[in-house]
Design a protein around this ligand. Structure first.
Ligand code: AMP
Length: 423
């Protein structure tokens, strides 16, 4: 075993899988840019305080953060998510509202690694700051839905809930607290601790011991104010009008105090229940304010790239894109012809590769086959003397003996010939 390997929960993404990651982001960008979202590229590091403002009741902030003191004595954290950075950026730059943005990048959480759960993982997401309109919640949920379907995923379930207005939520939290406290002996030890910090989060418990109590807990719907009920009804009506199926799941709470009204989650039905959240989000208030900005409504989601690709594998969709080159140049005269031809091909937009180290004809032809190229260009001393090049189809037009019908073209016409053949 080599002395150095990736740390636990961290992976090298190699070709061709890495090409799939890029395409994933490209597809996402296309979907959201088509709806008026612009990309924000945030730093990987932020002042620790930025994330502490998200709240101290989540494991993400209390237990899982990679934080350290830098050489200037600043307490810094590797970002565990991007909503806080986006809100910090909003306060710093004061853009015109509604600010519709998208992002992509790696996040870092010191979690117990397992399939679909890593310490460095990637997300794509959108946020809109400065607009409080149920139609926007619908737009956002629909964009995530459309994105999953653009990848080819079918086995995705949309769960929807509302946490009501802050006062509704506060009353609900009190009722939940009273309910769980009255039954505290039956709760798992972990949930007893959670109950002290944030009763809502007890509803998230996936421990069998908590299942019956959680199922019998009071439901938030009984606490909705008129405005909250109207907002939730508008979101449901909007989704229905777009033909997007959803299931109302009253246990779907976001633990953070900032969340209000709509919350949602996309579940991958082929994944294990502990890691089946492909992504989720909701409407939040107060985060911008807590970072020093004006009271600003926010809504958005983050989707996990790693986990969504696992779901794609399960459904055999969204395969890695082809990364082949169009032309492979085989040069048995030393390599300078290959250098000239590959450079000229690339300059006219034809992808081209070659072999190195002046290998034998046989070895170079093998490399040409492996490259997936459509054509091999073959240059030996005869071709150099005659000012020609041999063009051999590698994939199409094969003859029964397995060889393509090759042709000889004048060297001066080679680049143009290939450019036309490829297009
Ligand atoms: P969250 O920011 O916790 O709401 O997570 C949003 C999405 O990011 C989840 O639904 C997952 O798809 C993904 N995600 C969160 N944590 C991890 C992790 N440790 N490893 C892989 N994906 C993750």
């Amino acid at each position: 075993m080599p002395e150095f390997q990736t740390s636990p929960g961290m992976r090298d993404i190699l070709p061709p899988e890495s090409a799939r990651w890029r395409k994933f982001v490209d597809v996402f960008a296309q979907v959201v840019q088509g709806a008026g979202y612009g990309q924000v590229i945030s730093p990987l590091l932020e002042d620790l305080g930025v994330f502490q403002r998200i709240g101290d009741a989540t494991d993400v902030v209390t237990k899982e953060m990679y934080d350290f003191v830098d050489k200037g004595g600043r307490h810094i954290a590797l970002r565990p998510e991007l909503t806080a950075s986006i809100c910090r950026a909003f306060v710093q730059h004061r853009p015109v509202t509604p600010w519709k943005i998208w992002y992509t990048g790696s996040q870092f959480r010191y979690e117990k690694p397992q399939r679909g759960r890593y310490r460095q993982f990637d997300q794509v997401g959108i946020e809109v700051l400065g607009a409080d309109d149920p139609n926007l919640d619908v737009e956002i949920i629909a964009l995530g839905w459309e994105f999953f379907h653009s990848l080819g995923l079918q086995q995705v379930k949309l769960l929807l809930n509302s946490l009501g207005e802050p006062a509704d939520r506060a009353a609900y939290v009190e009722a939940l607290k009273a309910y769980f406290e009255a039954n505290v002996d039956a709760l798992s030890d972990e949930s007893k601790v959670t109950l002290q910090k944030n009763p809502l989060r007890v509803l998230d418990s996936k421990r069998p011991q908590d299942a019956a109590l959680v199922a019998g807990a009071p439901k938030i719907a009984a606490f909705y104010s008129e405005g909250a009920a109207a907002h939730f009804a508008a979101v449901q009506a909007g989704l229905t009008s777009l033909g997007i199926p959803f299931t109302v799941e009253s246990k779907l709470v976001r633990g953070l105090d900032y969340y209000r009204h709509t919350t949602f989650e996309y579940q991958g039905l082929t994944l294990d229940s502990a890691q089946n959240a492909l992504g989720g989000g909701g409407r939040y208030d107060g985060l911008v304010e807590s970072l020093g900005g004006p009271a600003t409504a926010g809504v958005g989601f983050a989707l996990g790239l790693d986990r969504t690709l696992l779901a794609c594998d399960d459904e055999s969709v969204f395969a890695p894109p082809a990364t082949e080159v169009a032309v492979f140049v085989v040069d048995t005269t030393g390599g300078s012809e290959a250098l000239a031809i590959t450079t000229a091909l690339r300059a006219v937009g034809v992808s081209a590769d070659r072999a190195y180290e002046n290998r034998s004809m046989k070895s170079q032809m093998k490399a040409a086959d492996r490259s997936g190229a459509t054509y091999a260009v073959i240059i030996g001393s005869n071709e150099v003397d005659a000012g020609t090049a041999v063009v051999r189809p590698l994939r199409a037009e094969r003859t029964p003996d397995g060889e393509g019908t090759q042709i000889t073209v004048p060297r001066t016409e080679l680049i143009d010939h290939l450019r036309k053949a490829i297009s």
